[in-house]
Design a protein around this ligand. Structure first.
Ligand SMILES: [Zn+2]
Length: 162
């Protein structure tokens, strides 16, 4: 039974790490971009990443799941992820115990996202300042605290700093 096999892949336990669940189907790549999972390769970290795509979900119909063995995703990155995908859930696993992280849209974001305005002081070639945004939650926009440029939550993955 294919369904059962899919399920066993999902529930396989990890001892230490992070499970990012309830990702909209086929959006796992965007999630790895926001979480900068490619940096794990650069660090030659001893981690494994399992990406499950288009698996059955009770709440979403279909969903993607990312399991990262031996790596705890930074909470601030998890918060940024909820801007883009409000459905996601982040679980940290430590010594086989699962704890759900209550990701929330932060009031401000510092250092993680680039300003879309090329002339912004945060994009200066010499002595750039750390980008800071205020989140306009109702409008689903980030607003640069230096130049007032706005960036839709949906476009945040394109501007995540590497
Ligand atoms: Zn700016």
């Amino acid at each position: 039974m294919a369904g059962k096999e899919g399920e066993s892949m999902l529930v396989r336990k990890i001892e230490e790490g992070t499970v990012v669940d309830h990702i909209p189907d086929w959006k796992a790549d965007t999630v790895s971009q926001v979480l900068r999972l490619d940096k794990l390769a650069r660090m030659q970290a001893d981690v494994s990443v399992a990406i499950l795509q288009n698996v059955e979900s009770k709440t979403l119909g279909r969903k993607d799941v990312i399991k990262i063995d031996r790596w705890h995703v930074d909470e601030r990155d998890a918060d940024i992820l909820t801007l883009v995908f409000p459905t996601i859930t982040v679980n940290y696993i430590s010594e086989w115990k699962v704890s759900k992280y209550e990701a929330r849209v932060p009031d401000a974001i510092e250092g993680r996202v680039r300003c879309p305005e090329v002339l912004c002081i945060t994009n200066a070639e010499r002595e750039p300042v750390v980008p800071r945004f205020t989140t306009l939650k109702k409008d689903r926009l980030l607003q640069c605290q230096y130049c007032d440029a706005v960036l839709g939550f949906d476009r945040v993955p394109e501007y995540v700093r590497t």
